[in-house]
Structures are given as C-alpha cells and as structure tokens.
Design a protein around this ligand. Structure first.
Ligand SMILES: [Zn+2]
Ligand SMILES: [Zn+2]
Length: 380
C-alpha cells in the first residue's frame, strides 16, 4: 500500500510503499482510510519543524484528522461492523505506571508528556491506504456525515474546552448547565443570562468553536484579521455570529460593542491579541487558550491589572489540548446538529479535496482562501 512519509533526518517527504497491516489482536480493527484533513500541525511536520517518528523508524507517516471505513474486525470487537464509517482519535497513553491520567484512559491530561500521537509524535498517522487500530480509539459515525466527518477531529478541541467550561461554571447556579447528553438543555434558557463569547481567529478551530458555542446558545462574536468580505466572515455570519475584523476594529472598540464577556475562546496562538483581550474579560469569565504561539514577539503586560481582575472578577484562565473519546462522541452529535442548522456553512469549511498524490501542493504551498484542505486517500 501507499503511505505519505516524512523523513525528518534527511528532510524528505515522499509517498512510500508499505506492507498492508494485518489484524493481529482480538480487539483490533483494520480500516481503509478514506480522507485525511490537513492542518497547521501537518504543515509544520512537512517543513521538518515538528514531528517525531516512532522508535526505530527513520520516517513518520503523516496525518491525524481521519475518516475511514471498517474492512476487518478482530474476534473480540463489539459494536462495529464491516463497512461502518469511523473516526480514529489521535493521542495514545504513556506507559508510565504512575501517570494517573493515562491509567484512567485520559491521556489528553497525561502528566509525563511521554504520550504518543498518531501522525505527530512517535506513532504513524493516517495518510496510508490501510491502518489497524484498537477498538477503544475508534468512534463510529452516521453515514449522513460522510461529507463533513473530517471536521470531527478539529471540533473535538472545542468539545473538550466546552465540557470543562460547563464543569467550571457549575459554580454559578444561574449559569450554563452541565449536560453532556444533548444540547437542548444547555446554554441560556428563557429567564437565564445570555452568555457572550468572543472567539479569536477564523481558522477551522475558531470557526468550529464558534459554531459549537452558537449551538449551545452563546451570543458569539468572531474577532479575526480577515476582512469582512472574506469567505470565513460570511460563512460564520450566516450561522448567526457577529464577525469583527481585527484590522479595522481595535480590542478597545470591540469591547465597547460587546459588553461583559463571559468567555474568550482563543484559537490562533496570537499572544498580543489574547493578552489585550484578557484585560477586558468580564466578571466570572473564563479565558480559554487553544492556540500555541509560533513567534516569540514580546508582549507588554499590565500584570497588576490582570491579577486584580482575576481576583476581583472571579476569573479563570484555562489552557486545553487534545480530546477524550467522549469529546469525539459529542463532536459527532453536535456536527449532526450543525449540518441540520447550517448545511452550507458547514460544507463551506472544506475548501478543497485533493488526491494523495497532490500532497506537496496541499502541505507546502500557502493559500489564503483555504479553510480546511482534505487529502483523499481512497477514491469515493
Ligand atoms: Zn490537526
Ligand atoms: Zn501519561
């Protein structure tokens, strides 16, 4: 079979021939990869800035945003059938017996940092015609989501953040209610407070985060550098968010229009804008960081003001990474709701589908009109 491999030592990326994997354990499943989504992490790995091959290998098979079809089941696999469509999660636990997070199956909270991630770190990814995987890391998806299912993995970032926000804000008895079983009881109910969220950044993580917050009854403003006429701005406005261009409207002006901010969802890794906004986080507010800054530009901070606000306004700063298998299930449920409410906006997030042989164009060239690019591994 073909697979797309990065050789970090030789600074080389190419399609390689690999033996087909076989099901060797009872709880393993063989999958035919259909599509793989491409994100900034893949592009960093393709530029040899990031990524670690598995031990003993000089290459890493790329790809972590998956959509696959079940082709073979181990004898012990339950609740899965041949031809089912599935998504595979990314992170695998560390082997350290003292890591309570990994031992509890919550490797997204791994203490040791010795976890592996498929397609990123010490484990091969999904840009291969076939893979095998343990049943426990596989989430089945309804066939109706086939066209947009590649968005599930990036959506899980927002799902994990939201699950934590609900848990934290249970401290406010009138606040958003925690219920991971369905969206209808969440968010502002009649007579409850409306929650204002500002999402920073209009990439896939920001736009999917904004849609999730809209679905959960937040009033959402997306603040990003693209002009008002940009496809991203129009797409998220059509879903019901307000879009504000950060090149035309300063953070100060933005706050005058928004009022008390209950939540900031940072999805760019832009430290300057993030800390400018942090000054204006509202009473009882949460600031969620999901982006990792690329450059190390200095940012001036009024630390006394920030400390004063954190204390006097009961504020929280929350960093979040990766996702749990529950977040994958919630993402499947919520993406199904997105498709009913905003079919065009959701499909509009996927801006290109290219064959695996076009990997260089997708991974190594920049295109400002691109939102989510997809590499097609198996023809439809
Ligand atoms: Zn990604
Ligand atoms: Zn661990």
């Amino acid at each position: 079979m073909n697979a797309l491999a990065v050789f970090p030592h030789d600074k080389r990326i190419e399609l390689i021939e690999q033996p087909d994997p076989t099901v060797e354990k009872g709880n393993h499943v063989k999958l035919q990869m259909l599509e793989v989504g491409v994100c900034g992490t893949d592009r960093e790995i393709a530029r040899f800035e990031y990524g670690t091959p598995p031990e003993g290998s000089d290459f890493l098979i790329l790809g972590h945003e998956s959509l696959a079809r079940v082709v073979e089941l181990g004898k012990l696999v339950k609740n899965l059938a041949e031809d089912d469509l599935v998504i595979v999660s990314v992170r695998r636990p560390c082997l350290n017996s003292s890591c309570l997070a990994c031992r509890a199956g919550r490797q997204d909270f791994c203490y040791t940092g010795e976890y592996s991630e498929r397609g990123i770190r010490k484990a091969h990814g999904f840009l291969a015609e076939y893979i095998t995987e343990d049943r426990r890391y596989i989430t089945r998806i309804p066939k109706q989501l086939r066209n947009v299912a590649i968005l599930i993995e990036p959506l899980t970032i927002a799902e994990k953040a939201l699950a934590q926000i609900y848990t934290i804000q249970e401290r406010l008895p009138w606040g958003i209610r925690h219920d991971r079983s369905g969206h209808s009881q969440l968010g502002a109910q009649p007579g409850q407070k409306t929650h204002h969220a500002v999402v920073v950044g209009a990439g896939p993580i920001g736009l999917l985060g904004a849609m999730l917050l809209l679905l959960h009854h937040f009033q959402v403003t997306v603040y990003s550098r693209e002009p008002q006429t940009d496809r991203r701005a129009q797409l998220i406005s059509s879903a019901g968010a307000r879009y504000v261009c950060s090149s035309n409207v300063s953070v100060d002006q933005l706050i005058k229009q928004t009022g008390n901010i209950d939540l900031v969802y940072e999805a760019t890794g832009a430290a300057k804008i993030a800390f400018d906004l942090l000054k204006y986080l509202g009473t009882n507010g949460i600031f969620v960081f999901t982006g990792v800054p690329g450059t190390k530009a200095e940012v001036e901070l009024d630390t006394s003001l920030l400390m004063k606000n954190l204390v006097l306004k009961n504020q929280l700063l929350l960093g979040t990474v990766n996702a749990d298998i529950d977040d994958f299930q919630n993402a499947v449920r919520d993406l199904s709701h997105f498709v009913v409410r905003w079919p065009n906006a959701v499909e509009g997030l996927i801006t290109s589908r290219s064959p695996l042989t076009s990997y260089q164009d997708v991974l190594l060239t920049s295109n400002p009109n691109r939102i989510k690019s997809v590499l097609t591994v198996a023809p439809q």
